[in-house]
Design a protein around this ligand. Structure first.
Ligand code: NAD
Ligand code: TYD
Length: 359
């Protein structure tokens, strides 16, 4: 039975990916989720898979070489999907050090552990073993000319401590592929949205604030552009690259869905108004009066936009969810799971681990 090691599986995209894997492969695979459970890790995201016999959660720090080495020695792992990272740009501006530790050193630990477990004495690797490093389009920097896009060949030009740390980790993966013939791929994806996203990121923050009648803080002039992708489409892209991609290659993932931040915020307001019944007392507060322009983010990248030509051509990936459907699904998910948001905002989600694992 094929065993996946997923790092950062208790976070937003990692937990969606674990759901995706079980949805697609069911009982024919095993999944080991390794997560440190920082503020961004939430085991409530995995409540419905936690009882499966083919799912194991291990609380560990990816910077802990002994713990990670032991996981590889104890398990016959042939797929690594590496999500674990510090992921929020604003936090990286306040405290870059933890981003270098987890994103750069943690990735190095993962590469060393996989190489030690997989490399044969003659330097070759078993045919079906793969390491997929999940990265971001932010490594390419900011686009200033209209109708220009990020290609896999675009020069890296990171600006924030977050994107600089992800760029460094990408280069380390590339170095392992070039130096040791290490069997890896890198995917660079645009901004994700969907269920289980921590409300420090634009879309869940705006949904939560609007529902609570709180101000909607838009940075700068609100005209920065991000290229939004529904998280399930990202998960499908990662799986397809692992199954059909050429080892050693990088694939950009994005669905040509560029929107200005202010347009996103206004779409959230109108969709909330459309979806809330008139009898819901929150509805009256959800208006554009909540929008407040605040000081701009330092070094704020103006525009990101992915050219997904290579992933479409080589592995047949395309996004299935339009933004109009995706935002309704996302808002519908937050409506259906008010206790998830309540636990995240109150901090109660952090006690779930103690209850589950009696620590
Ligand atoms: P997230 O912040 O929601 O989750 C990160 C997870 O990693 C958490 O569960 C956290 O507990 C865990 N983690 C952090 N430090 C760790 C450590 N030292 N050891 C073990 N686990 C640790 O992040 P996300 O939005 O799900 O992003 C996942 C990956 O995808 C990241 O590598 C990110 O760079 C990349 N990415 C994110 C986006 C996006 O829009 N969110 C877009 C492209 C790429
Ligand atoms: P974010 O979700 O933090 O993702 P990233 O910075 O990785 O792209 O932010 C998306 C965009 O929204 C970005 O241009 C910053 C902006 N933004 C706001 O205007 N207000 C907010 O409160 C947040 C969190 C983000």
């Amino acid at each position: 039975m094929r065993t996946y090691l997923v790092t950062g599986g208790a976070g937003f995209i990692g937990s969606n990916f674990i759901h995706y894997l079980f949805g697609k492969y069911g009982d024919s695979i095993r999944v080991i989720n390794v997560d440190k459970l920082t503020y961004a890790g939430n085991l409530e995201n995995l409540r419905d898979v936690s009882g499966r016999e083919n799912y194991t959660f291990i609380r560990a720090d990816i910077c802990d070489a002994d713990a990670i080495g032991e996981i590889f020695r104890d398990n016959d792992i042939s797929r690594v999907v590496h999500f674990a990272a510090e992921s929020h740009v604003d936090r990286s501006i306040r405290d870059p050090g933890v981003f270098v530790r987890t994103n750069v050193l943690g990735t190095l630990v993962m590469l060393n552990a996989a190489r030690a477990a997989w490399e044969r004495p003659d330097g070759s690797y078993p045919e079906d073993h793969r390491f997929l490093h999940v990265s971001t389009d932010e490594v390419y920097g900011s686009l200033s000319e209209p109708d220009t896009y990020f290609y896999e060949t675009t020069k890296y030009d990171p600006h924030s401590p977050y994107s600089a740390s992800k760029a460094s980790s990408d280069f380390m993966v590339k170095a392992y592929m070039d130096t040791y013939g290490f069997p890896a791929n890198i995917t660079n994806c645009s901004n994700n949205y969907g269920p289980y996203q921590f409300p420090e990121k634009l879309i869940p923050l705006m949904i939560n604030n609007a529902l609570n009648g709180r101000k909607l803080p838009v940075y700068g002039d609100g005209l920065n552009v991000r290229d939004w992708l529904y998280v399930e489409d990202h998960c499908k892209g990662i799986d397809l690259v692992m199954e059909k991609g050429t080892l050693g290659e990088t694939y950009n993932i994005g669905g040509h869905n560029e929107r200005q931040n202010i347009v996103i915020v206004k779409t959230i307001i109108s969709t909330l108004r459309d979806m809330l019944p008139d009898s819901d007392p929150r509805k009256a507060n959800v208006t554009e009066d909540l929008i407040t322009y605040v000081a701009d983010r330092k070094g704020h990248d103006r525009r990101y936009a992915i050219a997904p030509d290579k992933i479409r051509k080589e592995v047949g990936w395309y996004p299935e969810t339009t933004f109009e459907d995706g935002i309704r699904k996302t808002i519908g998910w937050y409506f259906a799971n008010p206790e998830w948001m309540e636990h995240v905002t109150s901090g109660a989600y952090q006690t779930y681990y103690k209850e589950m694992y009696s620590e």
